[in-house]
Design a protein around this ligand. Structure first.
Ligand code: AP5
Length: 220
């Protein structure tokens, strides 16, 4: 039976960072709606162009477009064992669509990891973040620096700053999170699947805290 784990938390909580580590530990596919949009953007597809205007304003991309994109990804062969969903769902409409889709795929939501971080820490994290062009590997100039400035340790590609990581857009993204995404936690809490994690620990300690509840094999 496929296994599906959701990662929720405000922008900069560490969802992408933890998703990569947890996928390695649990042998699941990483599906990030933000990364899928950025891939479309890089390839200048119609979907990418539509998403860009929303992303740069710090707003959500419309539900119908987002749901269709994630549906298509989860139906691919490499997602047969399940996935760690990072940044999806983000609205109640997306959560309901996901329930229906997972039922079709023979699974359900196994766990929702709720990564909790204060607003002050989030701004510091996002304004210091660097990402690699090739595969979206994530760094931070202070908390997780690359060995060579500006170059990805893993694939050697150039590091860049995301256009939505300005202080002003981060504030808007945080507001959108509180209004549209935070209510999802209540929705999933009523189903008894939420795992609360203190996201203000070191990166490895956050992973270990999640794996305490969701066992897997990982080298720290
Ligand atoms: P998305 O890419 O999903 O952005 P986000 O949710 O705002 O989250 P981030 O990627 O900014 O942060 P993160 O939690 O992954 O943190 P990270 O691990 O990088 O979405 C972007 C946009 O796309 C949205 O605004 C929206 O427009 C659109 N979109 C996406 N999904 C959508 C959906 N479902 N519906 C509609 N629209 C959608 O870490 C951040 C930094 O902190 C890094 O530098 C990292 O090195 C550092 N760090 C991580 N953990 C720690 C730690 N424990 N200690 C110290 N530093 C740490």
């Amino acid at each position: 039976m496929p296994r599906y784990i959701l990662l929720v938390g405000p922008p900069g909580a560490g969802k992408g960072t933890q998703a990569k580590r947890l996928c390695q530990a649990l042998g699941l596919l990483h599906v990030s709606s933000g990364d899928l949009f950025r891939e479309h953007l890089k390839n200048q597809t119609e979907l990418g162009k539509l998403a860009q205007s929303h992303i740069d304003r710090g707003e959500l991309v419309p539900d119908d477009v987002t749901i269709a994109m994630v549906r298509e990804r989860l139906q691919q062969e490499d997602a047969a064992a399940g996935a760690i969903l990072d940044g999806f769902p983000r609205t109640l409409a997306q959560a309901k669509a996901l329930d229906g889709l997972l039922e079709e795929l023979g699974g359900g939501v196994d766990a929702v990891v709720n990564i909790q971080v204060s607003m002050t820490a989030l701004v510091r994290r996002l304004t210091g973040r660097w990402m690699c062009r090739q595969a979206g590997h994530i760094y931070h100039q202070e908390f997780n620096p690359p060995r060579k400035p500006g170059v990805c340790d893993i694939d050697g590609s150039e590091l860049y700053r995301r256009s939505d990581d300005t202080e002003q857009t981060v504030a808007k993204r945080f507001q959108v999170y509180l209004e549209q995404t935070a209510p999802l936690i209540k929705h999933y809490r009523s189903k008894g699947v939420v795992i609360d994690v203190n996201g203000e620990q070191k990166i490895g300690a956050v992973t270990a805290a999640v794996l305490d509840v969701l066992p897997g094999d990982v080298s720290p």
